[in-house]
Design a protein around this ligand. Structure first.
Ligand code: UDP
Length: 458
């Protein structure tokens, strides 16, 4: 039986290269599950640190790339350096690994391609060298890819090096709501990151295709622009997590007690608060959030990751006793180190999501029809928030200095006020549209079948 199953996958071997942070591991393992369900066999390559838990995914083969990197910081400030270090250290071992498997390759069981996270651009160079098709996988909005076309010059004057693309984009009326300026802002301009972006742009242009974790109707015109700019086929097959639900790939242990706590709360009454896997804040901001949540008088589920406040492992000692007493007495709050987020957002008690606007979090919220309170912090988040608040109009932004009164007001506007009710209705409408795209003949369903054909014919 097993042999028959494996025989079916002959000639359909795919090598997937993961970037080792939570917001990248999740979509890559989800994509692996999708492609496995389409009859491919899957080899996952990943750096040694932040290794996904192999035993959660028994259908895949895992290969750890020894890179000599340990304790690589994933903090926002270090991202550029981390991406460079990983690309430098992984390229040679990855090439050796592929050469080895190609050397003993059964001609009927060829490697059909290498699919890599856009940050792991070394994989495209290796694929070119070994004459294998490389496919770039984008874990952000398609619009973020446009940031590669419109980087601002480091001295603040003009843009490099894509003036033509810039003026074309500027005249695009559909970009009005999602302004060019937002796209530029998302490409935080320091010289090293400009260099990184130029490399990523080149590898993406060299890829045989781009897979994006997005839905066609969410970004229709941006997808066309991306295709025009990069010149290769683009497959918007998202949201991955709905297309083929996969086992958890959380690096931290998920605290499922919060689900039993949610079970006791009223319908759509809870604000879920999480700032993803990488953002950090100072102690004062944490205290303001705690105060704002307490005085909103609404139930809340709050993820306070170890390290969210720099230098602190857990919040017990950071939050004042009066906060704990009030929240415990009212039974109104639940604080966890890491939540099963997709399950939380799908829970009927959750009525709003206060988020840093990471792209995975946004897609997960959209798919459950949960309106958002937005607090973007870095990277693509300032761009994503424009989609949520200005284009789809399913959220509100908390801007400026974090302060308890502003937080309380923001939460109540979203959860209770009539303005919030309209936003909730729109979020529910978007959920229905997203579900439709996943069904037979929906855009994601069709794009996936086209992707499979593309891989098999490359
Ligand atoms: N996540 C989770 N539990 C949490 C917080 C986040 O499972 O308590 C998951 C979330 O579902 C998402 C990912 O971690 O898939 C975070 O990715 P995102 O792009 O939203 O943000 P990043 O962490 O990359 O900034």
């Amino acid at each position: 039986m097993m042999e028959k199953e494996e025989a079916k996958r002959h000639g359909r071997r795919l090598v997937l290269v993961v970037y080792p942070s939570q917001g990248h591991i999740n979509p890559m393992l989800q994509l692996a599950t999708i492609l496995y369900s389409k009859g491919f066999s899957i080899i996952i390559l990943h750096p040694e640190f932040n290794s996904p838990n192999h035993s959660n995914h028994p259908d895949f083969s895992f290969v750890s790339i020894p890179g000599g990197l340990s304790n690589v910081s994933a903090s926002p400030g270090d991202i550029v350096a981390t991406i460079s270090a990983i690309n430098r250290s992984c390229e040679a071992p990855f090439q050796r690994y592929l050469e080895q498997i190609l050397e003993v390759e059964d001609p009927h069981d060829r490697v059909a391609g290498v699919i890599y996270d856009g940050f792991m651009h070394f994989a495209q160079r290796v694929a070119n060298h070994l004459k294998l098709p490389g496919i770039s996988m984008c874990t952000t909005a398609a619009a973020s890819l446009l940031a590669f076309a419109v980087s601002r010059h480091p001295d603040g004057h003009g843009y490099i090096p894509y003036q033509d693309s810039l003026s074309q984009l500027d005249q695009e009326p559909e970009l009005e709501a999602l302004k060019l300026e937002d796209i530029i802002k998302s490409a935080a301009g320091n010289p090293t990151s400009l260099e990184q972006r130029a490399i990523i742009k080149e590898s993406t242009k060299n890829a045989s295709a781009i897979i994006v974790n997005t839905i066609h109707f969410l970004e229709q015109k941006k997808l066309t622009k991306v295709q025009e700019y990069f010149g290769n086929p683009i497959f918007p097959i998202g949201p991955f997590h709905k297309l083929a639900p996969s086992s958890s790939s959380s690096l931290l242990e998920e605290d499922t007690n919060c689900i039993s706590w949610l079970d006791k709360q009223a319908l759509e009454s809870v604000i879920y608060v999480s700032f993803g896997s990488m953002t950090s804040m100072d102690e004062n901001e944490l205290l303001e959030i705690a105060s704002g949540l307490a005085s909103s008088e609404l139930p809340f589920l709050w993820v306070v990751r170890p390290g969210l406040v720099t230098g602190s492992e857990w919040v017990e000692e950071l939050l004042p006793e009066s906060f704990w007493k009030r929240v415990e007495a009212e039974g109104r709050g639940c604080i966890v180190k890491w939540a099963p987020q997709k399950e939380v957002l799908a829970h009927g008690a959750v009525g709003g999501f206060w988020s840093h606007c990471g792209w995975n979090s946004i897609l997960e919220s959209v798919c459950e029809g949960v309106p958002m309170l937005c607090r973007p912090i870095f990277g693509d988040q300032p761009l994503n928030v424009r989609y949520v608040c200005d284009v789809w109009k399913i959220g509100l932004e908390i801007e400026g200095v974090l302060e308890r009164g502003k937080i309380e007001k923001g939460i109540r506007r979203l959860m209770i006020d009539s303005e919030g009710l309209e936003i909730r209705q729109r979020a529910k409408g978007l959920k229905e549209k997203a579900n439709f795209c996943l069904s037979e003949d929906g855009s994601s369903y069709n794009a996936l079948n086209e992707l499979v054909q593309h891989i098999l014919s490359s």
